[in-house]
Design a protein around this ligand. Structure first.
Ligand code: FES
Length: 116
């Protein structure tokens, strides 16, 4: 059985042009979900705005030239495409959301297996 796909939801208060190369931004969906949106190699990515290690906001971290997101609290690193852990202390991958740019706005959709 296939999980139902959720609809794309507009990211409030953040335009695609605001997300420059290598930057991370905290943003909120209309339903209150807090996301971290960033850009690497010209492509937008997004995930919930907390580190899987101790829930520090990832939007406070940085995107390395390698495309890894680095949490600035204890230094965990994640692949910005797959969400896979590249360096501890985090053990659990990030659930990456699908992101689309439409007329300068950002829309995001929860991945099917992202959990609550
Ligand atoms: S909270 Fe991110 S590495 Fe610890």
């Amino acid at each position: 059985m296939t999980a139902a796909m959720e609809a794309f939801v507009r990211v409030e208060g953040l335009a695609a042009a605001d997300v420059s190369e290598g930057s991370l931004h905290g943003a909120t969906l209309a339903n209150g979900t807090r996301l971290c949106v960033g850009r690497h190699a010209g492509v937008l990515f997004a995930m919930k705005d907390y580190c899987t290690h101790a829930e520090f906001p990832l939007s406070e971290g940085s995107v390395l030239p390698s495309g890894e997101i680095e949490c600035c609290w204890h230094g965990a690193r994640f692949d910005c495409r797959s969400g896979a852990v590249r360096r501890g202390p985090a053990e659990d991958a990030l659930a990456m959301w699908e992101v689309e740019e439409r007329d300068g706005a950002i829309f995001a959709r929860r991945p099917p297996r992202a959990g609550p």
